[in-house]
Design a protein around this ligand. Structure first.
Ligand code: GLU
Ligand code: ZN
Length: 277
């Protein structure tokens, strides 16, 4: 099967060096395999400033040389009803309130599993036990997806969750490799159940190192200075971005992403978080 990867930005904010690191890994993995790279806007949970942010993301990707072969439909125009229907044997409705779950220690105890509710949030009935998978950088992992209890797939107001949307989309789009930031590493355990119940195949997994701000916190909107557009305004060129980011992926600090393709090796580079200097 030929390789299909994707860049899946969430258009709630502009690209920062953490996104760039994950997208560089996704781009290099596909390009070094002669595969096809898709762009998908993951806007299921994003209502703010979408068009403006999305255009900014495409502009930043082009500036960096992170080319994509096709853009597939954004999440907000997709229909997840078939996936929800297919998961019916593995789901149930839950009417617990946030306060009730908090009182139970934050981990949903499965109260509604056999209650037969016909409304409420749709939860996944997770089987017991850890899920085994092999990450191309982090190696073999055994993660218990039950750490937080049965996950919500569809909120009571109808909003489809990240876990369901990303797996349904990757199946629809023919994605064969998932490459993303290490902040999502443990979500793989939940998502593997969804892959097994929705599809007849599984993707490969590669998690790029987490990038932390100078304050040691995960990059977010409060780290505006690590956004690609801020760096550009501060006089950085793409070569400087690549000389900064590529070593985090275990690569020579060359000034163009295309020049790193031949040496790409998913298994090398940082596993622990890297801190922006
Ligand atoms: N949209 C997610 C993000 O921006 C990535 C989803 C995924 O690759 O699973 O972090
Ligand atoms: Zn419940």
């Amino acid at each position: 099967m030929s390789v299909v990867g994707r860049l899946a930005p969430t258009p709630s904010g502009h690209l920062h060096l953490g996104n760039v690191t994950a997208f560089a890994a996704a781009w290099l993995s596909v390009r070094s395999a002669g595969g096809r790279l898709l762009l998908r806007m993951e806007d299921i949970d994003t209502v703010r400033a979408r068009a403006y942010v999305e255009d900014g993301i495409r502009e930043d990707l082009r500036w960096l040389g992170l080319s994509w072969d096709a853009e597939v439909p954004r999440q907000s125009v997709r229909d997840y009803r078939l996936a929800i229907e297919a998961l019916r044997p593995h789901t149930y409705r839950c009417t617990c309130t946030r306060a009730q779950i908090k009182a139970a220690g934050g981990r949903y105890p499965g109260t509604c599993r056999d209650a037969g509710h016909v409304e409420g949030a749709l939860r996944l009935r997770l089987p017991d036990g850890p899920v085994h998978f092999v990450d191309r950088r982090f190696g073999p992992r055994d993660v218990d997806p039950n750490l937080f209890g049965d996950p919500v797939l569809v909120r009571s107001d109808g909003l489809v969750s990240y876990n369901l949307a990303v797996v349904a989309d990757d199946l629809t789009d023919g994605v064969t490799e998932v490459v993303r930031g290490a902040d999502l590493l443990d979500f793989t355990a939940v998502q593997l159940h969804l892959w097994r119940w929705l599809g007849e195949r599984e993707p490969t997994w590669l998690h790029a190192p987490l990038v932390l701000g100078p304050d040691g916190a995960k990059l977010s909107k409060s780290h505006g200075s690590t956004e690609v557009r801020a760096l550009r305004e501060a006089g950085w060129d793409p070569a400087r971005v690549w000389r900064t980011v590529l070593p985090w992926l275990g690569l020579e600090p060359v000034g163009a992403i295309g020049d790193a393709v031949a040496r790409f090796d998913a298994g090398v580079g940082a596993r622990g978080p890297v801190v922006v200097g």
